[in-house]
Design a protein around this ligand. Structure first.
Ligand code: NAD
Length: 718
């Protein structure tokens, strides 16, 4: 070995047979990312290699075992989301230039992939002649750019299509990773071998390519148009477009921009295709939607690392056994979630019938997953093996954490805690799944208030990722850290909030739900209200949501919240009256609408109730209705931040995205405020002054409007 060259991020060495081995290993970092500085270094090395006519080939690998390239640098992605078109254009040209030169080196080249190859990393290896992947499960190749609202802009849309044909549409427009086996089947990699054989196989491949001259033919072919027949292309692109439009409802432009780049670029020479790619990338990069999705990406990252408290020295306690009290709708789901993650879980309910009902629900969850191919009969067996049931609390004596999910009745819950105190081992954590009762108050009846906490799951537990972790006044940091870690272990996303009526999600949801009913009372048709909300991006409208959650539940929760926040809650008699009539929504077959047919229909009984209470003078334009619905939600979210119910604005936004399906492309309700501009929001609120306190700007909003401050500062390009 000779001629070793040390740069910061790269190591260049020479192997036998005049093969250069370039190793990417960012110092002091867990993963390799492609920042501008790193790309600059790479450009230097390429320059050196361009003059090395003595070399017979180049192998490119990562110096981090099991970690290939995680993609572009996170800070630069953040800043790029707010960059000008000119800056973005330059960044695209910069990448195109480097990868173009890499693809023109005067000898064959191969990438050796062990671990994740994401985004820019994948574009880098696409500019090489060959790719070989390790057969390890951690090896995944992806172009996930559409997930942050952009498209691969360093040649990915053009080079991948030239390599794997129309299969590129799926990979690029869907953004999902492929494993080594799939990559081989697609022709994305030349071979799959054990990680320790990568260099050896790479050398052999380059040697073969040199002697056969294959690399020259490959380069020639890949610089040309793909040569799709008109029929092939028309059909494939039309199908993909229809599918994407159905899935994104016109709210996520990136997959369509990527599709256009692939389509327009496929039948022109590569160099022209790269221009097409740049044009399409400029349409979506730096747009508010991309900034919002990048924001979510960062918020998700933060949440996944957040221990739940500011004291990062605390370690979670081991949770070896869990108990769940109450085998109802929620209890069964909560127990299943733990058992599925391999934690021995005991369920307690009052009688065998209830327990049998709970077990049936638990099995239904797994059966439903088996049906769609997401679980196997073995998973069912494993889950059942981890579940035990009893009617006696004494069986919870070994549990490290007990989650109480009995009927929503404070007296019954408190009585249960007193009873549990006789059975739980010292140091066990008691968590309540209550939706509406004060954690601080109930803690006083718990065996140890410092080890009492809210663990609020959402229905249906198997599909809802969010868990609100609610701190009572006396809950210890240690308890929080342990419950946050447990929630993550069962693959949920915990968000820590302070105790208050409605906690985070229901508190912020309520003003929106209530406003929808007020609009209905004023005479806005319910279909219009729901349509405005879904057009905004909500998964369903607020009237439909009422019927889904049940009008008794909505009414009861509404009472609790109205009592807690009387200054801004306006009574809506239509809800109480409808609920009292026994029409509780989907579960009884009728509520605001009639259910059971092909699609929900008007409910004449509700129309009669509405007639009695109609106040008249309804707003008619969609914009006013939209702001009427979402401004009360925004105002409540700003209060939640002001009162420090959440630790960060991001917690409020992520809570709403996970908890109620607030549209991710808007980045959360507070980010929506930033995008609209606090000054414009305050101006809007003036127009609703006559509606009273619930449309009064909060201090934070007024301050943001005056100073230009934002909930999320704009990151700067360094
Ligand atoms: P549910 O009526 O379906 O189930 C409650 C179960 O608790 C019943 O099986 C009942 O027999 C059992 N139970 C009652 N007293 C008991 C006791 N002393 N010991 C053992 N078991 C007892 O109710 P649910 O919808 O599952 O709600 C349970 C809790 O979860 C409530 O606090 C509710 O507010 C909360 N919650 C409900 C939802 C939801 O959408 N249903 C969502 C989040 C939180």
């Amino acid at each position: 070995m000779h001629g070793a060259n040390m740069s910061n991020a790269f190591r260049l060495e020479e192997r036998e047979g005049s093969i250069a081995l370039l190793t990417f290993d960012l110092p002091d970092k867990k993963v390799n990312t492609l920042s501008r500085a790193v790309l600059g270094e790479l450009a230097q090395i390429i320059k050196e290699l361009e003059g090395r006519s003595d070399l017979r080939g180049l192998l490119f690998q990562s110096g981090k075992p099991g970690q290939f390239i995680a993609g572009a640098d996170l800070n630069e992605i953040g800043a790029m989301a707010f960059a000008s078109k000119e800056q973005i254009g330059q960044a695209i040209d910069f990448g195109h230039g480097i990868f173009r030169r890499l693809s023109h080196l005067p000898f064959p080249t191969a990438g050796l992939i062990d671990g994740n190859s994401m985004g820019g990393g994948t574009e880098l290896i696409l500019s090489l002649d060959y790719r070989i992947a390790s057969n390890a499960a951690h090896t995944k190749i992806a172009l996930p750019e559409v997930k942050i609202g952009v498209i691969p802009g360093w040649g990915g849309t053009q080079r991948l299509t030239r390599l794997i044909g129309l299969n590129a549409i799926d990979m690029i427009c869907g953004g999902e990773p492929v494993d080594a086996k799939k990559a081989l089947a697609l022709g994305l990699v030349f071979d799959v071998v054990p990680a320790e054989k990568l260099v050896e196989e790479g050398m052999r491949l380059l040697e073969y390519s040199q002697s056969s001259g294959e690399w020259k033919r490959l380069r020639e072919a890949r610089s040309k148009p793909l040569g799709l027949s008109i029929d092939q292309a028309t059909f494939a692109f039309a199908t993909a477009e229809g599918y994407i439009k159905g899935k994104t409802k016109g709210q996520y432009p990136a997959p369509l921009a990527a599709l256009r780049a692939i389509q327009k670029g496929a039948n022109v020479p590569l160099e022209e295709g790269l221009k097409v790619e740049k044009e399409a990338a400029l349409e979506v990069m730096g747009s508010p939607i991309s900034a919002n999705l990048v924001g979510i990406f960062f918020m998700n990252n933060r949440l996944s690392r957040d221990p739940g408290v500011d004291n990062t020295s605390l370690q979670p306690e081991a949770v070896q056994r869990v108990g769940v009290v109450g085998a109802g709708l929620m209890g069964a789901g909560i127990a299943t979630a733990h058992a599925r993650s391999g934690i021995p879980t005991a369920i307690v309910d009052v009688d065998e019938d209830r327990i049998a009902g709970g077990m049936k629900r638990a099995e239904e969850v797994i059966n439903a997953r088996i049906k769609i191919g997401r679980a196997t009969p073995q998973d069912m067996a494993a889950m059942l093996e981890h579940l035990s049931t009893s009617t006696r609390q004494a069986t919870l004596a070994e549990a490290d954490v007990v989650v109480e999910a009995i009927t929503e009745n404070e007296q019954a819950k408190v009585a249960t805690y007193k009873e549990l105190a006789q059975h739980l081992k010292p140091g066990a954590i008691l968590a309540s799944n209550t939706s509406t009762i004060s954690i601080t108050r109930m803690a006083e009846s718990a065996p140890d208030p410092s080890r009492f906490i809210g663990m609020h799951f959402f229905y249906p537990v198997d599909r809802m990722e969010l868990v609100e972790v609610i701190r009572g006044a006396k809950t210890s940091d240690q308890t929080v850290v342990t419950i946050v870690a447990l929630a993550k272990k069962i693959r949920k996303t915990p968000i820590v909030v302070q105790d208050c009526a409605g906690f985070l999600v229901n508190r912020v949801l309520f003003p929106y739900m209530n406003e929808a009913l007020l609009l209905l009372q004023e005479g806005v048709p319910m279909d219009t209200i729901d349509a405005v909300a879904t057009k905004f991006g909500m998964p369903m409208g607020p009237i439909a949501l009422h019927d889904l959650v049940g009008l008794d539940t909505a009414f009861y929760a509404g009472q609790v919240l109205a009592h807690a926040y009387p200054d801004r809650a306006v009574p809506v008699p239509i809800l109480g009256e409808l609920a009292q009539s026994g029409q509780l929504g989907q579960k009884t077959g009728s509520g605001f609408r009639k259910h059971g047919g092909k699609r929900p229909e008007p409910n004449p009984a509700f129309e009669a109730i509405l007639e009695k209470h109609k106040t008249g003078n309804p707003p008619t334009d969609a914009e006013t209705i939209q702001y009427r619905l979402f401004l009360p939600m925004l105002l409540e979210a700003t209060r939640v931040v002001e009162e420090k119910i959440v630790r960060e604005p991001a917690d409020a936004d992520m809570g709403l995205i996970f908890g109620i399906g607030f549209p991710p492309f808007r980045g959360g309700i507070l980010r929506w405020c930033d995008t609209e501009g606090a000054d414009k929001i305050v101006e809007r609120l003036k127009g609703f002054e006559s509606l009273g306190k619930r449309f009064e700007p909060t201090e934070t909003l007024k301050q943001h409007a005056q100073t230009g401050e934002r909930f999320y500062p704009i990151p700067k390009l360094s």
